[in-house]
Structure formats: structure tokens, C-alpha cells
Write a protein that binds this ligand. Structure first.
Ligand code: NAP
Length: 234
């Protein structure tokens, strides 16, 4: 089986790459972007790509003829110049566009360019790291406009891809996954509010999410699932 992990040098992505490469009969392909990958003792084929760039994604799809699972763990919440908004006055168009570019666009590009590879797989799965804050029905606090909107748009993309592929790739399963708050660079500035026992290690999250992905069936396509397997309302 061939598995592609995008965001392979990120906190969660890297833990998934390590775990997947320990499984029997699995070839792991991982994408790195600006941070070169560390040397691992396990066999992983690394590819450099900016997955917000359609040329890079189509080139990646051309190189990898066989892919059974894609796990997209790339994402962004903050940077040196971007912080999640506490209120409307902090909202900026450029930050909003950047959140959509990194959190929403890549899944659509990956789905478009890997459709053919998935048609040849016996059990194709597209699992995308979203976030509970992208659930419209779960939004009780407001704020974080750009990240919330980008993940809500990602959730809509996941749902629409799942519907199209039910017709064209009936064996496929497409899901959005919420990892829970995980100790990575992405969550670092926001960890002080996390209740005791609710900040997970990336290795625990990687194990939980891989267990979920392994057990997916086409009947679950189009779902939004948390790290413990529970269904999250959109
Ligand atoms: N950590 C949490 O508590 C938490 C909670 C809910 C949801 N999530 C979601 O889970 C996912 C993984 O989060 P994380 O905590 O592991 O984040 P992270 O440690 O910041 O990793 C993010 C990864 O995305 C990659 N990336 C960003 N832009 C890219 C691009 N244009 N092309 C290719 N790769 C790109 C980064 O690579 P470079 O650094 O090289 O650009 C990095 O490897 C994200 O989608 C996040 O929104 C995380």
C-alpha cells in the first residue's frame, strides 16, 4: 500500500510519517515544504512541494503513480505577522487569504490531481486534518475569523469531494479529522487555556488518527470525525 502524507515535517504529520513507516507492507511518501525533513531510521520517500501551488501538486501526482491513502496534515493558524483575531477590528484581508490558501486550497488541488491514482486503488482514502473550530454548529465563542472560515470552507470541500467520488470512485472514503489540541508549534501560543489532560502528544494523536483511518469504510465518506472516533456536526 502507498500512503502520501502532506505536512510531513509538521508536529502531527511527522509523528504520522514515523508511525506509518513502521507498518508492514506500506510505502510512505511524505511532502516537505520549507523545513527540510529530519533523517529517520525508517524508510520514507520525501518529496519537496508547496501544496498551495497547482504546478507542484500536479508534478507530485505525475511522480507517484500509485497512491492508496492521502493524509493532508498541512495547515496554518499563525505566523510572525498573523495572529488569530479576537474581534472584527483585528481582521485583515491578507491574513484571511493566507488562511484560505494554506488550510483550504491544498485539499482541493490534491483531490483534483490524485483522482486518477485513486481510481486504480482498491481502497482509496483521503483524510484531511481540519479542526473543531471549523464546525459552524459548534461555534460558541466566535473570534478566530480567518482560521475558522478556512477550516469551515475545508469541511465543505471535503463534503463535496466525498459526494463526487461516491459517483466516480465508489470504493473511496473522504473524511475531515479533528486531532484535538496537540502539542505542536501550531498550538504553542494557545496552550495556556487547555484543561489538564487535554493537550495531547503528537505521537498519541498520530496513533489515534491512523487507527481511525485504517478502520474507515466507504459508508463513512463525508464525515467529520474527532480523534476518539466520534462524529462532529458540521
Ligand atoms: N496542533 C493542534 O492543536 C491542532 C488542532 C486542531 C487542528 N489542527 C490541524 O492539524 C494540522 C496539523 O497541525 P500541526 O499542529 O501538526 O501543525 P504544524 O506543526 O504547524 O505543521 C504544519 C505543517 O504544514 C506544512 N505546510 C504549511 N504550508 C505548506 C505548504 N504551502 N505546502 C506544504 N506544506 C505546508 C508545514 O511545513 P513548513 O513549516 O515547511 O511550511 C508543516 O509541516 C493542521 O491542519 C492544523 O490546522 C491542529
Amino acid at each position: 500500500m502507498d500512503i502520501l502524507v502532506t505536512g510531513g515535517t509538521g508536529g502531527i504529520g511527522h509523528a504520522m510519517v514515523e508511525r506509518l513507516s513502521q507498518l508492514d507492507s506500506v510505502n510512505v511518501h511524505a511532502v516537505w515544504h520549507s523545513t527540510p525533513p529530519p533523517v529517520l531510521s525508517c524508510p520514507v520517500q520525501w518529496h519537496r512541494a508547496d501544496i498551495t501551488d497547482e504546478k507542484d501538486v500536479s508534478e507530485l501526482a505525475r511522480k507517484l503513480e500509485r497512491v492508496d491513502w492521502i493524509i493532508n496534515t498541512a495547515g496554518k493558524l499563525h505566523s510572525a505577522t498573523i495572529k488569530p483575531e479576537k474581534n472584527l477590528q483585528q481582521f485583515e484581508a491578507a491574513a484571511f487569504e493566507e488562511m484560505i490558501r494554506v488550510n483550504t486550497l491544498p485539499t482541493l488541488l490534491l483531490a483534483k490531481h490524485f483522482t486518477n491514482a485513486f481510481k486504480h486503488s482498491p481502497s482509496p482514502r483521503l483524510a484531511v486534518l481540519s479542526a473543531r473550530v471549523g464546525s459552524i454548529s459548534d461555534n460558541r465563542l466566535g473570534g478566530w475569523y480567518s482560521y475558522r472560515c478556512a477550516k469551515a470552507a475545508l469541511n465543505m470541500a471535503v463534503k463535496s469531494i466525498s459526494i463526487e467520488w461516491q459517483r466516480t470512485i465508489p470504493k473511496s472514503c473522504v473524511v475531515a479529522l479533528h486531532p484535538g489540541t496537540t502539542d505542536t508549534p501550531l498550538s504553542k501560543p494557545f496552550q495556556h487555556n487547555v484543561p489538564a489532560g487535554k493537550l495531547f502528544t503528537s505521537h498519541r494523536v498520530a496513533n489515534d488518527l491512523i487507527t481511525i483511518i485504517q478502520s474507515l469504510t466507504p459508508a463513512q465518506t463525508g464525515q467529520f470525525l474527532a480523534y476518539d472516533g466520534t462524529v462532529i456536526d458540521w
